[in-house]
Design a protein around this ligand. Structure first.
Ligand SMILES: [Zn+2]
Length: 351
């Protein structure tokens, strides 16, 4: 049966899983690299996107090297401002009304004048880009789980200084096979006591233990990925009971070997178990696939109907840190999108 298909561009969205350098336009990366006389790894230039298997031994370090090579071109505040401005434009074009961008400030501290100064540069750029485009933007400060937990605690104190003025969450990223969630409990306590959302990555390269650790020890409000929770009904029940939102990134899962194909990314199973799912793009630069493409992929590859797609969009808005008026406007927009009749298909209209 062919269900109604509305234009996904006009579906109001919140984008909750997006890394700063990973959101760069390929053309911007190439232009900056050329200006700076840098050679880029060929995988970053492939229009089909990078294909890696991060589940293989040393797989993550290959991915991390690509990401680091892209980040190298962000040499100062000017480049960060340009990147953030282009992110806002791209998100507006994809129908996003709210975007939360993750950054590990320690990766930029040397270039931007320190940890707190680096956060200020990004927040100033976000305020300007938001004013220009109307897209609400906020920052998630993310710690690197392969570093000493003390560094995460330092970052949590930096994040705390900007709680309520642009920083909305605290994350944990990098190689999940290194650094158990429990080791970062103190850092997350500092962040949560400041009112920040707990949004660690978990359940991408590791299964139940990592997911439960992030929920119990870090009191996760959301999980980056979390897809491996599907392996255990009790883990899904825990996520559903706590209302933990999973930031599921289909293109990333496929490109990195976490899922064999978009069909196998467990969007349906998670939602059927009562777990809220917010689609995210993770690193559009590396996977050549933005937020709109994630919605299109689950529609086309998993057969999700418009009602389910609207449900995913609403899950993202409810799981976001967007201020109440913006949340209400986005949710009302999603209802209106679904209430409007789909455009009739004609011979000339795209499928
Ligand atoms: Zn991520």
């Amino acid at each position: 049966m062919d269900s109604a298909r509305r234009d996904l561009t006009t579906l109001p969205k919140a984008h909750l899983h997006l890394h700063l350098a990973g959101a760069m336009r390929p053309a911007t990366l190439m232009e900056l690299a050329a200006t700076q006389g840098r050679r880029l790894p060929p995988e970053l230039l492939d229009p089909a996107g990078a294909r890696l298997d991060v589940t293989a031994r040393r797989g993550w370090s290959r991915f991390q090297r690509l990401y680091d090579a892209a980040r190298e071109v962000l040499v100062g505040p000017q480049e960060v401002r340009r990147l953030v401005s282009e992110i806002a434009q791209d998100e507006r074009a994809a129908g996003s009304g709210w975007v939360e961008v993750q950054v590990d400030p320690s990766s930029y501290a040397a270039r931007l004048g320190g940890l707190a100064a680096g956060v200020e540069v990004v927040l100033d750029a976000m305020a300007a880009a938001s004013a220009d485009t109307g897209v609400g933007m906020a920052l998630i400060v993310a710690a690197n789980r392969t570093r000493h937990p003390g560094e995460a605690e330092t970052l949590a104190r930096v994040a705390r200084r900007f709680a309520g003025v642009g920083v909305v969450g605290f994350g944990l990223s990098n190689d999940e096979t290194r650094g158990r969630p429990e080791e970062f409990a103190k850092a997350f306590r500092i962040a949560r006591e400041a009112g920040l959302l707990s949004v660690p990555h978990a359940g991408e390269l590791r299964g139940t233990r990592s997911v439960v650790g992030a929920v119990e020890a870090l009191h996760a409000d959301r999980l980056g990925h979390g897809v491996r929770a599907v392996e255990d009904p009790a883990t899904m029940a825990l996520l559903a009971a706590r209302g933990v939102v999973l930031e599921v990134c289909p293109a990333s899962n496929v490109a990195l070997g976490v899922a064999g194909a978009v069909e196998l990314v467990p969007v349906r199973q998670l939602r059927a178990a009562g777990v809220p799912v917010a689609l995210g793009a993770d690193d559009p630069l590396l996977f050549r696939s933005g937020l709109l493409e994630q919605y299109a992929a689950v529609r086309d590859q998993q057969g999700l109907a418009d009602e389910a797609l609207a449900g995913l969009a609403a899950d993202a808005v409810r799981g976001s840190a967007a201020p109440t008026p913006r949340r209400a406007a986005l949710l009302a927009g999603i209802d209106a999108w679904l209430a409007a009749p789909p455009a009739p298909r004609t011979a000339t209209s795209p499928a």
